[in-house]
Ligand binder design. Structure first.
Ligand SMILES: Nc1nc2c(ncn2[C@@H]2O[C@H](COP(=O)(O)OP(=O)(O)OP(=O)(O)O)[C@@H](O)[C@H]2O)c(=O)[nH]1
Ligand SMILES: [Mg+2]
Length: 256
């Protein structure tokens, strides 16, 4: 023990002598580098902690976004809603998790109205989105097929979505009604329709697609598995509160 102590003392002495030999500028430089590295590491940690908790609800008007929003927030459908004129934008703990103990991260949920005049609002929220829930009316699906596909195509080719590989959940809503289409049917129809759009849009001039990314793999029929971001499909009924697949998606991408 004593021997160890002496050896340590000697080393310390040597170290101090050595430090005295180093020119002060070099010492300052070393200290600055150390300080900057610490600062850098601190900033990295801070950024990791403030990972986005924003989930964006989007889709055509009448698909059931606002009902879903309330259902997630307070577990009530508010007995349906009328066409929204403003986005709903709130941060809360999911209703289904409100009774849980432990560390639960609140979710910042945004419901962007589907009306075409309000859609540009989407661009305000997409850059911070950790996930997108694209709500589709599974009841009135076929008459809206073109419109739904166009809106989805637009979202899947936005720079803010493609570059950050934001995951997208296509949510086939209103499954409480027996005449609602299944998610497999909806997925196939959407893929077919997006393929048509892809062909027709590839002819558009360079200028028009300046900030857009192309979709799919050239020479192959489009499927959602070709997207660079993860696209999954689920079923829900906002009205009756069957929203577990949506909650699961949110929990997957907003981690405590
Ligand atoms: N049967 C059934 N009807 C639903 C469901 N979800 C919503 N609806 C009805 O669909 C209509 C539109 O719902 P909203 O939530 O207001 O639709 P939205 O997507 O917010 O529409 P915009 O605000 O115009 O973009 C309302 O009359 C709801 O009652 C559902 O799960 N099942
Ligand atoms: Mg609404």
């Amino acid at each position: 023990m004593e021997q160890w102590k002496n050896e340590a003392k000697q080393w310390l002495q040597q170290g101090i002598e050595y430090a005295h030999q180093i020119p002060p500028t070099q010492l300052y430089a070393a200290a600055t580098v150390l300080l900057l590295t610490t600062l850098f590491l601190l900033i990295v940690r801070l950024f990791k902690r403030t990972k986005s908790n924003t989930i964006v609800l989007t889709g055509l008007t009448g698909s059931g976004k606002t009902v879903l929003f309330y259902q997630l927030q307070d577990g009530s459908s508010h007995q349906g809603t009328v066409t929204s004129m403003e986005p709903n934008d709130e941060t809360f703990i999911l209703h289904s998790e409100s009774s849980k103990k432990g560390k639960i991260k609140p979710v910042h949920l945004v419901d962007v109205p589907g009306h075409s005049r309000l859609r540009p609002k989407l661009d305000e929220f997409l850059p911070q989105a950790a996930g997108i829930v694209f709500v589709v009316d599974a009841l009135e699906f076929l008459p809206n097929l073109r419109g739904v596909s166009e809106y989805l195509y637009d979202i899947l080719t936005k720079a803010s979505v493609v570059k950050r590989k934001v995951p997208v959940l296509i949510c086939c809503n209103k499954t409480d009604k027996v005449t609602a289409h299944t998610k497999d049917f909806i997925r196939k129809q959407l893929e077919k329709e997006i393929e048509k759009l892809r062909v027709s849009r590839s002819g558009i001039s360079e200028a028009d697609v300046a900030n857009e990314f192309t979709l799919g793999i050239p020479g192959e029929l489009f499927t959602f598995s070709h997207c660079s971001n993860k696209v999954t499909i689920a079923e829900s009924s906002g009205l009756t509160g069957e929203i577990s697949q949506v909650e699961q998606f949110i929990r997957e991408h907003v981690k405590p």
